[in-house]
Design a protein. Structure first.
Length: 166
């Protein structure tokens, strides 16, 4: 990835291409040590479920399906696997017993903490090789990017993503 001045539509297209490349690289890094986070490793789709349930404290299956843009049977299978490994629990809704509410278990929260720590270590190692000015620019740009992405997903603001506690 190269340095460019952001501003023109051409540059925005270039930034999107570089962001796509970054995401692909991050997926490789995430998968490389996936089994080092302890417990049973989860797929990237299952990790998305855990992140969304955590960010919303609890979710019902219908809302989770909407956020994932997935069909109900697929969402149910994802949740079945996460419940089987002890990361997710289901509860009936307070107002409608047919509604299924999803919550993380303490084991699920601990798994996400270990996963985040491993990912942050990998990112810190990569960023240590960057010049200070580039790290500062990246931090500013990513905070704005995270805010833009998190809003429609009902995730907490970016600052809370980096300062989470169990």
């Amino acid at each position: 990835m190269s340095q460019r001045t952001i501003g023109s539509p051409q540059t925005a297209v270039s930034a999107v291409a570089e962001m796509s490349e970054l995401i692909e690289l991050l997926e490789v890094v995430w998968e490389r040590g996936r089994d080092t986070a302890g417990a049973a490793p989860v797929s990237s789709a299952q990790a998305r479920v855990l992140f969304l349930v955590e960010a919303n404290d609890q979710l019902n299956l219908r809302e989770l399906g909407r956020l994932l843009e997935s069909a109900p049977p697929s969402v149910t299978r994802l949740c079945d696997r996460l419940q089987a490994v002890g990361f997710l629990e289901r509860h009936p809704g307070a107002d409608d017993r047919r509604e299924v509410l999803l919550r993380l278990t303490p084991t699920g929260r601990a798994y996400l903490e270990r996963l985040r720590a491993r990912r942050q270590k990998a990112l810190a190692e990569a960023m240590a090789a960057m010049p200070e000015a580039s790290r500062a620019a990246l931090a500013t740009g990513l905070a704005d990017f995270c805010a833009a992405v998190a809003k429609p997903l009902r995730l907490p603001p970016p600052n809370s993503l980096t300062t989470r506690t169990a």
